[in-house]
Write a protein that binds this ligand. Structure first.
Ligand SMILES: Cc1cc2nc3c(=O)[nH]c(=O)nc-3n(C[C@H](O)[C@H](O)[C@H](O)COP(=O)(O)OP(=O)(O)OC[C@H]3O[C@@H](n4cnc5c(N)ncnc54)[C@H](O)[C@@H]3O)c2cc1C
Length: 486
């Protein structure tokens, strides 16, 4: 394996993925180092999945500029790389005259930030487009460019494209030491088990970005994680609302939203817990009760009997107001992409453009590749016409075997994922690429079949297959070895 790189990116979340995608346009040797068994396993897999229009951040901040630019870039990238994305529009609801003033303020901010398709709606206009909301809605800010996306598929698609253009993605590679040798960084992986070299390092380590900065120099900032918990409801709830429905933002953030997901479910949440601990993403009954109560202000029609999953994500709040995208003071040829809280998902491709500019200023030579590949095909069987399905099954019978009954996902799609540029090694890895196990049965029926397919295709025993993280073995013979099964 290659040992010397021009740029090493630490972290394969949406920021690391966007940067790898952007840098892979140039003649460079790039690697992405990710501590988990798969990419997109940090905050990028557990958020509201909204591409914000950009009216919320304070004008003049990096957040404002990068949110608006990023949301436009995501629209283009999603199309090029076959990523699920839907521009369904968003509403910030007002329930009294004071909140109506907030709506007007957000409208003005949006105009200043350069957001298009903004409109202030009155109560009748809101009820006409969202009949299931509470009757006491007095108006709303409508943003036509608000969208929903699959955050992990966006991450995976950008990284797969980077890999096709020569980038190396090294999973289960936790950066544990960083030593500057004057003209290159010596990067210790998994407690010096392995050592790589890179001229430049970019820190995209999410909630651990302050720890990674400290490995290279001084702790230039501190990350304070803030947990947010969610309900994910079955598809029978997915069309309760047609738009992303926010409440007016408060000091604690954008508040609890109710929204369709790009996969057709309904998402409700998050709360904001300022006393959170890194890596602890468990959910709790009292916080979920709070989310339920808060969402009832928006609509009283959510059927929580149809909840299919609860989950939580950790915001990477920092001791600065804005995103931290800058060359480090205490380490040379080292760039921080840190404190990327919301709207970090929406801004990520634009954050990557800024990071590339900083690398260029630090001396990274950028020569565009001649044969750059910027496309990705993905077959989604259930979206094909009957004729297309018949043709596909005739050419490859694996597409005729339905494995996930809830979402009609075929063996052909699972095999395509397993043999993709960044092959999944776990059941959840297949889930994030194909959507298996995301329906009502949550993998109860398809899980054992995918388990067998993974074992067969990867050429490893069924005992070695994990559910999610390294060590989360599914078969009992392995439980107890390493981390307990989750
Ligand atoms: C509750 C909640 C709701 C949100 N909703 C939205 C939204 O709707 N829209 C929006 O735009 N934004 C939203 N966000 C923000 C958005 O999710 C984040 O800004 C974004 O996902 C951050 O991506 P990242 O790449 O910086 O971090 P991450 O996705 O956390 O990636 C960091 C990666 O670095 C890896 N890593 C850490 N340390 C090391 C190490 N030492 N060695 C190797 N790898 C390492 C981690 O394993 C991880 O994979 C939300 C966030 C939360 C928590």
């Amino acid at each position: 394996m290659e040992r010397q790189f021009d740029v090493a990116i630490i972290g394969a979340g949406i920021c690391g993925a966007s940067l790898a995608y952007e840098l892979s346009k140039y003649d460079l040797k790039i690697c992405v180092l990710e501590k988990e068994v798969d990419v997109a396993m940090g905050t990028t897999k557990a958020n509201s999945a909204i591409v914000h229009a950009g009216y919320d951040p304070k004008p003049g901040t990096k957040m404002a500029r990068l949110n608006v630019r990023g949301s436009n870039l995501i629209r283009e990238i999603a199309k090029k790389l076959s990523v699920p994305y839907a521009e369904i529009g968003s509403l910030v609801l007002a329930f009294n005259e004071e909140e109506m003033q907030t709506v007007q303020k957000l409208y003005d901010r949006g105009v200043t930030n350069g957001v298009e398709k903004l409109k202030v709606l009155n109560a009748e206009e809101v009820k006409e487009i969202e009949p299931n909301l509470q009757d006491n809605v007095v108006g709303a800010l409508y943003a036509g460019t608000g969208a929903v996306v699959s955050p992990w598929e966006l991450d995976i698609a950008m990284l797969e494209t980077a890999v096709k253009n020569g980038c190396s993605v090294l999973r289960e590679s936790c950066v544990t030491s960083l030593k500057d040798n004057g003209d290159s960084w010596e990067i210790g992986i998994n407690g010096e088990e392995d050592v790589l070299r890179a001229t430049y390092v970019v820190n995209c380590a999410g909630i651990h970005a302050d720890d990674v900065m400290e490995l290279a120099g001084e702790k230039e900032f501190t990350i304070y994680p803030s947990k947010g918990e969610y309900f994910l409801l079955d598809k029978n709830q997915g069309d309760l609302v047609k738009h992303v429905c926010f409440q007016c933002p408060s000091r604690l953030g954008k508040g609890v939203l109710v929204s369709p997901t790009v996969g057709g479910n309904l998402i409700v949440g998050p709360d904001a817990q300022e006393d959170s601990v890194k890596d602890q993403v468990g959910t709790s009954a009292d916080r979920l009760d709070f989310v339920m109560e808060a969402a009832a202000k928006t609509t009283g029609k959510i059927s929580y009997r149809d909840n299919v999953r609860n989950f939580a994500g950790l915001r990477a709040n920092s001791d600065r107001e804005d995103f931290i995208i800058e060359a480090a003071d205490s380490a040379k040829r080292f760039v921080n992409v840190a404190g990327i809280k919301s709207p970090g998902l929406s801004s990520a491709p634009a954050i990557a453009e800024d990071a590339v500019e900083i690398l260029k200023e630090l001396g990274l030579p950028l020569h565009e590749k001649e044969n750059y590949v910027d496309s990705r095909e993905k077959i989604v069987f259930h979206k094909l016409s009957s004729e297309e399905k018949a043709k596909l099954v005739a050419s490859d019978p694996a597409y005729g075997r339905v494995i996930c009954r809830c979402a009609t996902i075929t063996e052909g799609e699972i095999l395509a994922a397993i043999h993709s540029p960044i092959p999944p090694k776990t059941l959840d890895g297949v889930k994030r690429r194909c959507g298996t196990g995301m329906g009502r049965c949550q993998g109860g029926f398809c899980g054992p079949k995918i388990h067998r397919i993974l074992s067969r295709e990867l050429g490893i025993s069924e005992e070695e297959i994990c559910q999610e993280k390294t060590g989360s073995y599914i078969l009992s013979s392995k439980i107890g070895e390493g981390e307990a099964a989750k």
